[in-house]
Design a protein around this ligand. Structure first.
Ligand SMILES: NC(=O)C1=CN([C@@H]2O[C@H](COP(=O)(O)OP(=O)(O)OC[C@H]3O[C@@H](n4cnc5c(N)ncnc54)[C@H](OP(=O)(O)O)[C@@H]3O)[C@@H](O)[C@H]2O)C=CC1
Ligand SMILES: Cc1cn([C@H]2C[C@H](O)[C@@H](COP(=O)(O)OP(=O)(O)O[C@H]3O[C@@H](C)C(=O)[C@@H](O)[C@H]3O)O2)c(=O)[nH]c1=O
Ligand SMILES: [Mg+2]
Length: 329
């Protein structure tokens, strides 16, 4: 009998590409779809696509993630993050397929002084967060046994994220200014992908009600965006690359279209209790990512760092970044 695959959406995104890589490493059968194969805005094609794949499970890693752009693109953000997610969840429910959906720390307003747990009441400050919160509710309404995993500050060696932005700025700017009054937990996409597949495997074997509902899963430990940048630049130094000057600024000094929470730290203890999932400390996973992007700091006979210039030249080149990850995994 042919094994039914796990279907993954958002294949070309940070999380989608890690899900595909981690599934392959674990020997799991998976079909990953990009927007070309499954567009969440083309609702009438969704059922046909799911039917043709006949998956044992769907993990939705596709989303509208441009936080500032969403402020002027409200319709599209809701169309993808609420209506598209709900349409996919609905098809999964109709076909009795387990569904895992990913959401964000930006559903919270940041007023709480401690880390947010799943019982805290969301109150998004920006359109992206509002569209993701509406997506959570719509997914759970369409598929009452869906698993919704909220994560935060996702980065990887490919795609658009804060680590790659800082490496690009390190190449081009003598001084980088980063906000030090917004706090959260950086999460490596590969760590989250491994956790999602662990949850997926559990919900295939256990009572599906155990995995139903909302779970927070983020890297262990917390920092500010400035603290994150400091760790990235420290990692560059240790690899023999001179970092730029780093200056701490306030949110007020960094005007942007979208408001962001000052505290979006997630308490991930429920996922640890229920699934035994505990992601590595954020600094440890950052090292792995920097090893992929910059190299381990080894020098050639002349004391040069052969990997850095070459890899950094490809920072904006998604395809070669992916090859680098694939080679490392
Ligand atoms: N990035 C972060 O810091 C965080 C992200 N999340 C959530 O995690 C999930 C994964 O995020 P991440 O991997 O970082 O996001 P990316 O932006 O890296 O990837 C999202 C992918 O979704 C695809 N997509 C967008 N619109 C559609 C559509 N209409 N139909 C099909 N595919 C579409 C994009 O395709 P294309 O390449 O064609 O644009 C892209 O490949 C999302 O749900 C996000 O909200 C949660 C917390 C933090
Ligand atoms: C590039 C840059 C950013 N910043 C600030 C802006 C912002 O407050 C913070 C991070 O910038 P980013 O644009 O990477 O952040 P942002 O796009 O808001 O990241 C968010 O993305 C969505 C998809 C999520 O779900 C969230 O968990 C979170 O990861 O750093 C600086 O202070 N200086 C800089 O040079
Ligand atoms: Mg961004």
């Amino acid at each position: 009998m042919i094994e039914r695959p796990i279907m993954i959406t958002g294949r070309n995104g940070q999380l989608g590409s890690c899900l595909r890589d981690v599934a392959a490493l674990r020997g799991l059968s998976a079909v990953a779809l990009g927007r070309e194969e499954l567009d969440l805005e083309v609702r009438d094609g969704i059922d046909r696509t799911v039917a043709s794949i006949a998956p044992c499970m769907i993990i939705n890693a596709a989303a509208y993630t441009a936080v500032d752009q969403a402020e002027s693109d409200v319709r599209k953000a809701f169309s993808i993050n609420r209506d598209g997610a709900a349409a996919l969840a609905d098809v999964a429910w109709q076909r009795n397929i387990p569904f895992v959906h990913v959401s964000t720390d930006y559903v919270f307003d940041g007023a709480k002084h401690e880390a947010y747990d799943e019982a805290d009441v969301p109150a998004p400050l920006n359109t992206y967060g509002a569209s993701k919160l509406a997506g959570e509710a719509a997914v759970l309404a369409a598929h009452p046994l869906a698993t919704v995993v909220r994560s935060s500050w996702i980065y990887s060696s490919t795609g658009s994220n804060f680590v790659r932005t800082m490496l690009r700025l390190a190449e081009t700017r003598p001084i980088v200014r980063v906000v030090s009054d917004q706090h959260g937990s950086p999460t490596a996409a590969a760590d989250l992908a491994a956790a999602l597949l662990q949850i997926a495997e559990r919900s295939l074997t256990d009572d599906r009600r155990i995995a139903a509902g909302i779970f927070h899963v983020a890297g262990q430990g917390t920092t500010s965006w400035h603290g994150f940048a400091e760790a990235i630049f420290d990692g560059l130094s240790r690899r023999g690359v001179r970092p730029p000057m780093l200056e701490a600024i306030t949110t007020e000094q960094y005007p942007s279209a979208a408001r962001r929470p000052v505290n979006s730290r997630l308490d991930s203890s429920k996922a640890e209790r229920v699934f035994g999932i505990r992601l590595p400390a954020w600094r440890q996973s950052l090292e792995t990512c920097l090893d992929q992007l910059v190299g381990r700091g080894d020098t050639d006979a002349e004391g040069n760092h052969p990997g850095w210039r070459q890899r950094n030249a490809s920072l904006s080149d998604h395809a070669s970044g992916q090859q680098a990850v694939a080679a490392r995994l």
